[in-house]
Design a protein around this ligand. Sequence first.
Ligand SMILES: [Fe+2]
Ligand SMILES: [Fe+2]
Length: 164
Amino acid sequence: MAVQTKTNGPARSTAPSEKKDERAGRDQLIDGLNSDLAGEYQAVIMYTHFAAKLTGPYRKELRALFQAEITDELGHAQFLADKVANLGGEPTTEPRAVPSANTPREMLEQALAAEKQAIKDYSERIHQAEEFGDVGLKVNLENQIADETKHKEELERILIGWEH
Ligand SMILES: [Fe+2]
Ligand SMILES: [Fe+2]
């Protein structure tokens, strides 16, 4: 009996700290994904808000662009909320504050800043997902970065030569 306890001892003694590390990694990942989710909810509200407030000769085109992005951002939000729940966390319902903008140019600049932030955040999250060993999550986040990059490049193209 005593021998059996001894041989099982070392294996058991490493298990709790491994579990603790895994839990810490999971909690960190959940926090990061919830921060990304708050950013996606912000994007949905921001593009809806800007679409409503748009004025000027390019209102129709910009409104169509913003509304098309809402669809993408909502898909991202649903993916992140699902993932947080699947990891055992509570998906946030709090969006990040929406930046204020009154002219089309200000709206485009605020939207561009938000897209750049999302790309930066997802780059960090991909690294975390890799460390956590979730290859599926890494691939999904890579796809979301590809969407945000497309949004960013489109906004940059529109802003070239925009004077007012
Ligand atoms: Fe997004
Ligand atoms: Fe985006």
